[in-house]
Design a binder for this molecule. Structure first.
Ligand code: S3P
Length: 443
């Protein structure tokens, strides 16, 4: 099984008792994982000191920190603050060594982009069992077109990378992936000429928004990004306050929609237009949701209030998927509890996540007795269904969290094995679930 060699994760079984009271109150999810990764990457590439407030304490972000520590960047953790001190990309001179990215696709893919124009030599980029199976050709291909020296067997990790002269690129994205887009953007910063990236579908825009905030010459037009290389040094943003993670919040938004009498206010979360696809689809399903944008720069941030709602089925189109790619497991659960037929189209990318999530979702729902079908890369779900209980074993954090919510709303609760794998993105998931008085943890 993949993922088992991650430090700090030991198998843990959690018993979940059925939820007997509504979800109520105010909830602050932990710092956004995607923005935390990018905050660390961009601070490490600049010369000087940066402070990240409310950075994500998840294992994936720890992988990014440890990779840059090895490259010579200094980190100090002080409560909610991460203090970063770097001498910039020119100081990355590691030779014949390896950089372990754990379970984190974002770390591995962005790293290839960031290191391509550096002075590192014969560096192996590696990952755990799960990450070593995930496709890397999508990022190696455009980077090689820019002049990068990356060798890998069959388009998976490990790859061997040596820094080289990087040229600008005109690139039409072949897969909708913010990780690939970000890798190209990071390499473009230190290229010899400008780059232009065109997306078919909108993906999360955190990298380009942060780069704009740092004064990089970037022009965004619909789905096209033009980026000019930095002339001298990349200027640090000095201080970045990271909003809460909407993907982490999605589980408690779902629980509130499903439990009668609930009313939850989620405070201070990422509301980037590339991240709110889940909320938009929920509104179509009849969810009572109020979205208030409080800050707009460098990334839109705000509060989301959600009330228990009677949901109905809907159709989700391929172009909407990248804006809610990590929320598909929990969305399919909501669809199984909704009145009528739902279809989610264009799910091929789900097969390349930490596990084959399309298959995992199908199997969980089928075992729960839900009417569910996979047609090529679409999922068809007919609801509503009531659940007796769940027994789940998985090493995929988002599948485990979906299972946790199933347990909370099932007649007999549930048992979740290897529950510690939620540490990959949301270490406090079960603690937060317990704070809404729905689970009892069995150690
Ligand atoms: C991420 C992008 C998404 C997402 C992942 C985080 C990012 O992956 O699934 O959890 O931070 O850029 P893809 O861009 O590969 O779809």
């Amino acid at each position: 099984m993949g993922g088992r060699d991650i430090k700090g994760i030991k198998s843990k079984r959690i018993k979940i008792y059925p939820m007997d009271s509504p979800v109520e109150g105010i909830y602050f999810p932990g710092g956004d994982k995607s923005i935390s990764h990018r905050g660390i990457f961009l601070s490490s590439l600049t010369t000087g000191k940066t402070i990240l407030e409310n950075y994500s304490k998840c294992l994936d972000v720890s992988s990014t920190i440890s990779v840059f520590e090895k490259l010579g960047v200094k980190f100090k953790r002080e409560g909610n603050l991460l203090l970063i001190e770097s001498n910039g990309i020119s100081s990355f001179t590691l030779k014949r060594d390896s950089l372990f990215c754990g379970n984190s696709g974002t770390t591995a893919r962005l790293l290839m982009g960031a290191l391509s124009p550096s002075h590192v030599k014969d560096i192996f980029i590696t990952g755990d069992d799960s990450l070593s199976k995930r496709p890397m050709e999508r990022v190696i291909k455009p980077l090689k077109m820019m002049g990068a020296s990356i060798e890998g067997s069959e388009g998976t990790l490990p790859v061997k990378l040596t820094g080289s002269k990087i040229n600008g690129i005109q690139y039409e994205m072949e897969v909708p992936s913010a990780q690939v887009k970000s890798a190209i953007l990071l390499a473009s910063l230190f290229a010899s000429s400008k780059s232009v990236i065109r997306e078919k579908f909108l993906t999360r825009e955190h990298t380009e928004n942060l780069l704009l905030n740092m004064g990089v010459n970037i022009k965004k037009k619909n789905l096209e990004i033009e980026i000019f290389p930095v002339k001298e040094n990349l200027r640090s943003f000095k201080y970045l306050k990271i909003p809460g993670d909407i993907s982490s919040a999605s589980y408690f938004i779902a629980l509130s929609l499903l439990k009668k009498g609930s009313h939850l206010t989620v405070k201070n979360i990422t509301l980037d237009r590339g991240r709110i696809g889940f909320l938009k689809v929920l509104k179509r399903m009849g969810a009572k949701i109020l979205i208030e944008v409080v800050e707009a720069f460098p990334c839109p941030v705000g509060d989301v209030s959600v009330w228990y709602s009677n949901l109905k089925g809907t159709k989700v189109f391929s172009h909407e998927i990248p804006q809610m790619i990590d929320e598909i497991p929990i969305l399919s659960l909501l669809m199984a509890k909704s009145e009528g037929r739902s279809v989610i189209m264009g799910l091929s990318e789900l097969k390349y996540k930490e596990s084959d999530r399309l298959r995992a979702i199908y199997e969980i729902l089928r075992k729960l007795g839900v009417k569910v079908k996979i047609n090529r890369d679409s999922l068809e779900i007919v609801g509503p269904s009531d659940f007796e209980g769940i027994y789940l074993k998985s090493f995929d954090h988002r599948i485990l969290m979906m299972g946790g919510i199933v347990g909370a709303i099932s007649k007999n609760g549930g048992i979740i094995e290897d529950a510690n794998f939620v540490d990959i993105s949301y270490p406090n998931f079960f603690k937060d679930l317990a704070s809404f008085k729905v689970v009892k943890l069995e150690v």
